[in-house]
Write a protein of this length. Structure first.
Lengths: 217, 217
DNA sequence: GTATATTTTTAGATTAGCCTAAAAAATAAT
DNA sequence: ATTATTTTTTAGGCTAATCTAAAAATATAC
């Protein structure tokens, strides 16, 4: 059993480690959790005692198999709730993240199964992020941010980064949402801004924005 | 701003005081919160500093106007969530209370307004309890428990006590739910058990059960 | 009206999660 | 290979919410 705070640390570790593929350092975790390094050291001792991470002093932490599946259960809840808020309650996609941050900690497996059923077993959340199954498994397809694409590339938007509400409002305005066709028309070397085609209309986006739109090849 | 724990204490005080109409003693609150009297004394000092209750040493606490409306906001959330779980997710009425105890602490006024709208602005929850409005106002109609009724009484079930899951399963079996017609056919003096008519079929109920069914005159 | 019993409050500890400041280890620079 | 810088850990303290044991106030009994 993890506390609410422990769940949030574990989730941050999972994300910072890119799904468990690399170690996470004390300072980056402190930054992500808006807390101090000393507090992080305290917490990673607890999480390591609960065997959801392994901890090597001075060299950072890694998620265990158990930790990965527990993190994914929380992420599953987060994304199902976001889907509920948008699909059923009529929230805009930029309004749901903060509420989902609270709802993801509600502890009731039955509730989540019923919610999943009610939503028709969605595969992705409103931002295009995949929803893990009830065993804590996720199928991640490799996603590339638009800023790394070559001119001429054609594909579909797979997902967008979901934590900044203002970014989401802007993406909504230019029609950049999951499932939509995208083509790279040009790239300005000076500031790495890009000209892209979204569905049928041309837009210019800054590097900042291009990093937050993800496509699948 | 009240913490989750403070909200739970305030809600218990509100219920034990019959909606603010009488003082609540330290020991009964300790009993209701499954905690010790010493912990209660600590907490009522905090709640009284936040002006949601008034506290007279050794003589118990009373809810303030402010406290009453804050308690009713939590109760509103609890009852809306219970309604959602039954009406939309297909939970049985005996399965919803514990989950609602968690969900009632989610802090998002917009979420609750949207949920209320989604549910079609229900007036009562699945157990017949009235749902307070978004200003923290409730209209309580005087409800009488069945054990206090005279033989020959006829009326409708208004509500049932909702915290014991096994009781609710039993009530469901005998058809005792809000809105259903009820008539008192007889009462046994020895153990105060009763014979009643629910809709159209006759059942015998113990005093225990009769105390948990509420009718409106 | 004093003595006894009950209820409530205070005193002193404990745990989770956080902090600042100081010490220790690892990394980078000369 | 020392010295300097950066990162991380330890030490010690704080608050919220809990506990046990002792003291104080109130209620009950004779
Ligand atoms: Mn989110
Ligand atoms: Mn999302
Ligand atoms: Mn309930
Ligand atoms: Mn109820």
């Amino acid at each position: 059993m993890l506390s609410l705070t422990e769940e949030n640390y574990l989730k941050a570790i999972y994300h910072l480690s890119d799904g468990g593929s690399k170690a996470v350092l004390t300072n980056e975790l402190a930054e992500a959790m808006s807390t101090k390094a000393a507090s992080v050291t305290d917490m990673i001792k607890k999480l390591s005692a609960k065997e959801v991470i392994t901890y090597e002093k001075y060299y950072g932490v890694n998620v265990t198999i158990k930790g990965k599946s527990e993190a994914l259960i929380v992420i599953r809840k987060h994304r199902l709730w976001e889907t509920f808020l948008v699909e059923k309650l009529g929230f805009a996609w930029d309004e749901v993240h903060d509420v989902a941050e609270q709802l993801e900690h509600i502890n009731s497996p039955r509730l989540i199964e019923k919610l999943d059923e009610f939503l028709g077993y969605p595969k992705v959340d409103p931002h295009g992020d995949p929803i893990p199954d009830n065993k804590g498994k996720i199928k991640l397809q490799p996603q590339v941010p638009v800023d790394q694409l070559q001119v001429g590339f054609q594909g579909k938007i797979a997902a967008v980064k979901d934590s900044d509400s203002n970014l989401l409002k802007y993406l909504d305005k230019i029609g950049a949402k999951p499932g939509v066709k995208i083509k790279v028309l040009g790239k300005e070397e000076y500031d790495e801004s890009m000209e892209i085609l979204i569905e049928d209309h041309r837009v210019f986006i800054s590097k900042e924005v291009s990093q937050n739109i993800l496509v699948v090849g």
